[in-house]
Design a protein around this ligand. Structure first.
Ligand code: GDP
Length: 139
């Protein structure tokens, strides 16, 4: 059953380039309500844990280095069928394959530095939200 919440990060590449405002605008224009939001930074250990599912992939080291190199914006978002709706809004992992009108089409530069994260299941949305936010930070 779909829940109405998902988890996102605006990744270090997009924060470095000054795209926080543009991305949040696309998110709210698409009808998502912000439940939680903060500017924060992953340590190397945080990034290793967050992306542990990818630990056997050849790009794991690069991914951990990238995701811990600077600040990110972490957020919990709410909308009907949020996980699927947000995956549609962000577009394909590789911006070369991302549809027009998606966040990655507009702001991502490569398959690695692709501007935003979006949870891929309701279960992971809950795990990832709890990784970043205490219950009292959800509004
Ligand atoms: P997502 O669900 O669309 O974010 O994609 P995945 O779960 O497959 O990958 C997680 C993240 O790992 C992606 O968003 C990218 O930042 C990174 N990534 C995926 N594939 C590659 C790759 O081939 N090279 C590098 N450097 N990073 C990758």
């Amino acid at each position: 059953m779909a829940t109405n919440r998902t988890f996102t990060m605006i990744k270090p590449d997009a924060v470095e380039k000054g795209h926080i405002g543009g991305i949040i605008n696309m998110i709210t224009e698409a009808g998502f309500r912000i439940v939680s939001m903060k500017l924060t930074q992953l340590t190397v250990a945080d990034a290793q844990k967050f992306y542990a599912v990818h630990s056997e992939r050849p790009f794991y080291g690069e991914l951990v280095e990238f995701m811990s190199r600077g600040p990110i914006v972490a957020a919990i978002l709410e909308k009907d069928n949020a996980v699927e709706a947000f995956r549609t809004l962000i577009g394909a992992t590789n911006p070369a394959d991302a549809a027009e009108g998606t966040i990655r089409k507009k702001y991502a530069t490569s398959i690695g530095e692709n501007a935003v994260h979006g949870s891929d299941s309701d279960e992971n949305a809950a795990i990832e939200s709890a990784f970043h936010f205490a219950g009292r930070e959800e509004f």
